[in-house]
Design a protein around this ligand. Structure first.
Ligand SMILES: [Zn+2]
Length: 336
């Protein structure tokens, strides 16, 4: 008898009944409500909503640098959760600037990319062109960088100092609290959009979002599912079927949403995005999110957009080679 540790879960995955998945025979309007409710439940949004606060932002600095304004502030997104944000505003004399939310993933220097600072010089090798916020502001956008829980300044090792795997400790804690890090991050983005009302010179009810790599590409996607003020999404290396991606190979724990594979596939969430513009960037040799899995996810997304009558509002942009952060390219995708 051959013993294989994967048999049980493989069997369940193969026979999964995704109860909230899109099916043509379902009434589309009813299904959209169904997938919305299911998304809100697995992301545990009600848990953060219970702890909502109405505190002012704390501005730590507000200065002109390299020809644009840079504001660093701290935002309390729920009780006792303080999130650093960097807002960059062009200095070109406009009354109002279009806002882009820029999220970088694990192996970058997070919101410090906003100021063109690489705190870890070795990361230049991975993302020499990773200054996503700088690239946005050069193109005339106001850009808001939101630190994500478990990363950068919000990375917390265990009390023994063990970092675990990247966002591991924050993810495990959330799990024991009946929460999920992916939901907490999407919540933080919505609160960060709220905070833009403190800066009337930037758009706060019609914003765009760019996220790159797992942890950020998916946060961009999930945040747009949660917040209708986000109208355009560029998700780079963040969307793939769960089956081909994180159910098939190990990724950082912040990608895993308990119970999700009893409910829906990642592409089903397109039901919450059909009135928006969705641009998916995929890399043919992405070692974490296999290209065939991205194509499978996109097939469903395209089908859902088509049923809604908005088939031209979603696009798959394919890049040859490995996953990489190329800010200039991603901003060009945003502008297309
Ligand atoms: Zn992570």
């Amino acid at each position: 008898m051959k013993v294989n540790p994967d048999f049980c879960h493989d069997f369940i995955i193969e026979n999964a009944n995704l109860k909230d998945t899109f099916k043509k025979e379902k009434d589309f309007t009813c299904w959209k409500q169904q997938i919305k409710n299911s998304f809100m439940e697995v992301m545990k949004i009600a848990d953060m909503n219970k702890n909502i606060v109405n505190s002012d932002i704390i501005v730590e600095y507000d200065k002109i640098e390299n020809g644009y304004r840079v504001i660093r502030y701290i935002l309390e997104t729920e009780k006792e959760n303080y999130v650093p944000c960097h807002l960059l505003i062009p200095n070109t004399g406009k009354d109002k600037y279009q806002t882009v939310i820029a999220l970088t993933g694990h192996d970058n220097d997070h919101i410090y990319n906003a100021n063109g600072i690489m705190k870890k010089p070795e990361l230049y090798e991975y993302s020499p062109y990773g200054e996503l916020a700088i690239e946005c502001v050069k193109k005339g956008y106001a850009v808001l960088c939101v630190e994500m829980r478990g990363m950068g300044e919000l990375h917390r090792p265990s009390r023994e100092g063990r970092a675990l795997v990247r966002c591991g400790f924050a993810s495990f804690q959330a799990m024991l609290l009946g929460r999920v890090l992916a939901g907490e991050r999407a919540w933080d983005v919505t609160r960060a959009i709220d905070s833009l009302k403190n800066f009337p010179i930037v758009e706060n009810d019609n914003v765009k979002i760019i996220g790159h790599s797992s942890g950020a590409g998916n946060t961009a996607y999930y945040s747009a599912c949660l917040d209708d003020r986000i109208k355009t999404i560029v998700s780079s290396s963040g969307i793939c079927t769960y089956k081909d991606g994180i159910l098939n190979s190990f990724e950082c724990l912040c990608n895993y949403i308990p119970d999700v594979y009893n409910r829906f596939e990642m592409g089903d969430l397109a039901g919450l995005l059909t009135e928006k513009t969705l641009k998916i960037v995929a890399y043919t040799n992405d070692d974490k999110l296999p290209f065939n899995g991205v194509k499978n996810a996109y097939e469903k997304i395209k089908e859902i957009f088509t049923v809604s009558g908005n088939e031209n509002n979603c696009t798959l942009i394919t890049v040859d080679g490995e996953r990489r952060l190329d800010a200039e390219f991603l901003v060009s995708v945003l502008e297309k």
